[in-house]
Design a protein around this ligand. Structure first.
Ligand code: 5AD
Ligand code: SF4
Length: 476
């Protein structure tokens, strides 16, 4: 093992230390050594997984650009290729291994190419060991807590021509003022907290992202004001569990207060994700209902409709408690749309227990459901549970669940027929260049036609034909 290496440890990552989180708030200044490193060189980042990774990639891009790199859309033209990875389920991981494999040829053709792997996968010992043993084309591995160290790590890799591995398992400090290249022109992601302390028994995130750490409210608000001044129309406040915002800072009702302050900033559209049903407060309900610029759309992961499974999952709520929160939101926020996450095939889930999930689908009639087959993640408690359910049964359950999800998505969309909705124009649709696309306040994708459409504006669109997962319309 190289003495420069710092390898991940799941054992360390499990621990929640009492040491206070440091807030590093000094202005960003790149050391002179790194300023010319990217001159005449190009970078590309491939991002997998959730919005936290998307936002991290924006920081990575910002750092690379501060070093003089410019971006390219083509692997063949890049001098540095970074894969920002996700480890939430096995299929996400396999996708990345496939991609690393594909890059081998490029590396053979261009030995100067620097290939780096970062993100949640690199926080896992098994992954790092596998990459080190099997994928010799990889030059640089760094973790989710090491992003701010990128300039030094790239420098070290380029000049020593040796592999660099730096993955801290201890949760990181909060480092403000890192540069970012935002990928959206009208919609911005804003982190409000990092990490997760919920430890749902199936989930690897508390290990890969560390303990819950909230950013200071003034730092979040100054980022909100910055994007507002830059003409952004929509922000999404990000955290694994946004409702817990501020708990670690000893705030009483941190998320409600933050959300209210953000609403008062005047940004036209505010979204937030992800909410955990456990941490809702009265004040949160009221703030969400009170402000028109807080969008009527809530992602509220249910995971299962059966209380015994919810308990085994460590979700800390019952179906009755979830129902109470859901119904309250529904009654307080007219036209609110809801999406959810559901896992089928948790170890030993019986047919009856799965049926409870189907019943819950009938009760909540979600606008959108993200559905997954349970995937055992090494180091999590659920991965150690014996499981008697076959993959065939799990796949069949997923199919049944998806049919139901599609049915309710369509039923909900039918209510939009002939309605006029406000849409933030994203631009021409990626799939069909003859139409524009954008999202309603309720987070429905609309493909529409019209004249003089301007990207980034919020316009009125009349819905002409609802589909299961999008709406067709005509701009007014
Ligand atoms: N297996 C399947 N799905 C999972 N999720 C998280 N961990 C797992 C796992 N081990 C799902 C949950 C979560 C979403 C982001 O991913 O539904 O809410
Ligand atoms: Fe994972 Fe549960 Fe935390 Fe979500 S709340 S990131 S599912 S541990």
């Amino acid at each position: 093992m190289s003495e420069n290496w710092s390898l991940p440890s799941l054992k360390d990552a499990k621990q929640r230390r009492r040491t206070e989180v440091q807030f590093i708030r000094k202005e960003f200044e790149l050391d002179e050594t790194y300023r010319e490193l990217g001159k005449h060189r190009r970078y590309i980042i491939h991002t997998y997984g959730c919005q936290a990774n998307e936002r991290d990639s924006e920081t990575i891009a910002g750092l690379l650009e501060a070093m003089g790199f410019t971006s390219t859309q083509h692997d063949e033209k890049a001098d540095i290729i970074l894969l920002n990875t996700c480890t939430i389920r096995e299929n996400a991981v396999n996708k990345v291994y496939g991609q690393i494999g594909n890059l081998k040829q490029l590396k053979q053709r261009n030995p100067e190419l620097l290939i780096g792997i970062c993100g949640c996968m690199t926080q896992e010992e098994v992954v790092v060991n596998k990459i080190l043993e099997t994928y010799h084309q990889v030059d640089l591995i760094f973790g989710t807590h090491n992003i701010h160290r990128l300039p030094e790590l790239v420098h070290q890799t380029m000049f020593t021509k040796e592999r660099t591995v730096e993955v801290f398992s201890k949760e990181g400090d909060i480092i403000e003022n890192l540069p970012a290249h935002r990928f959206g022109n009208y919609k911005a992601w804003i982190n409000i907290m990092y990490g997760c302390d919920k430890f749902c028994t199936y989930c690897i995130v508390p290990f890969t992202r560390g303990k819950e750490r909230s950013r200071l409210m003034e730092d979040i608000l100054s980022e909100v004001n910055e994007v507002l001044e830059d003409g952004y129309q929509e922000i999404t406040l990000l955290g694994q569990n946004v409702n817990a915002y501020g708990k670690d800072l000893k705030m009483d009702d941190g998320f409600a207060d933050l959300l209210e302050a953000v609403a008062l900033s005047g940004i036209p559209r505010i979204r937030f994700t992800t909410s955990h049903p456990w941490d809702f407060s009265e004040k949160m309900f009221n703030v969400i209902a009170k402000y028109d610029n807080i969008m009527p759309f809530i992602h509220l992961p249910l995971q299962s409709g059966n209380n015994d499974i919810l308990k085994l999952m460590g979700r800390r709520y019952t179906i009755e408690e979830y129902t109470e929160i859901f119904m309250k939101l529904k009654s307080l926020i007219p036209n609110c749309s809801f999406s959810t996450d559901i896992i089928v095939g948790f170890p030993n889930e019986s047919d009856e227990q799965f049926n409870d999930t189907l019943k819950a689908m009938d009760l909540f009639q979600f606008d959108n459901a993200y559905t997954f087959i349970f995937s055992a993640r090494e180091g999590t408690p659920a991965a150690k549970m014996e499981d008697s359910i076959s993959m065939e049964t799990k796949k069949e359950r997923l199919r049944i669940l998806n049919d139901k999800a599609r049915h309710y998505a369509y039923q909900n969309n039918l209510a939009y027929q002939d309605k006029v909705v406000k849409v933030l124009v994203d631009g021409l649709s990626k799939k069909d260049k003859s139409v524009y696309s954008g999202y309603t306040e309720t987070q429905k994708l609309v493909n529409f036609t019209g004249d003089n459409i301007v990207e980034g504006e919020i316009i009125e669109v009349k819905i002409t034909e609802p589909k299961s997962y999008f709406l067709l319309g005509k701009a007014l």
